[in-house]
Design a protein around this ligand. Sequence first.
Ligand code: PDD
Length: 287
Amino acid sequence: MARYAYVNGRYVEHRQASVHIEDRGYQLADGVYEVVGVHDGRLIDETPHVDRLDRSLRELRIAWPVSRAALGFIMRELMRRNRLRDGLIYMQVTRGVARRDHAFPTVDVKPALVLTTKNTKRAGVDPGPGIAIKSQRDIRWERCDIKTVALLPNVLAKQAARESGAYEAWLIDADGYVTEGASTNAWIVTQDGELVTRPVDNGILAGVTRHTLKALCAALQLKFAERPFSLTEAKRAREAFITSATSFVTPVVKIDGEPVADGKVGPTARRLREEYVRFAATGASVT
Ligand code: PDD
């Protein structure tokens, strides 16, 4: 079965899909993206993802390439063509193709829109054995709230984690606090059972999964606090986990080679994953 990509108005075979060499995304990382999870044929949290795309575009003064309604249609059409039941939709908007110059093009340039999909195994309620984390200095810029394709520090941190046998990197700011993962948000459960995650500001991406989980915590009446937590606090936590559109809720059982608590998946992360998978199956959005 052919796999399709959407490129600037056309559905093209994935292996032949291409963009211009002077696309500003390619040359200057002048673009933004979104990843929307798909669970059992349903988009997870479509509205907040498209809202965040809108915000990223506005922050960088890139125009919408198509209407919001058209984007919704394109996502569904690509899912249909690729028979996507479980996995993700990747969408990217760059400022477009122009003669190379750091400043924005002065001529009218159309923003470029690309969508691809990826099939994965259906995410289940079983969180698996949990993952290992490696801490890394956060060397990113001061606008981590914008979901740009400029991901080199994230790439390097993730690679360092993988080379050390860990699955994800946790990025540590100058004061010793965990900002977030290379491509996920970071959470802990303290010894007295409080769920903690860093507040959203310019230092992290306001994760859609993070936001949904916050709402689930409130519904379940779990103790929850938004505050920075240090790497030391994380290492002494009762539990830790990560969230993202693709990892859902994934328990962390090791940080820098040391087990978190007894090194086994804890009940809070297990329960929240179950709740999140149940939520994903509804196709609803938390607003
Ligand atoms: N990553 N922080 C960063 C730096 C991220 O790149 C992501 C998402 C998140 C979690 O956000 P959300 O819950 O909205 O997925 C946090 C996506 C999945 C990616 O880059 O593939």
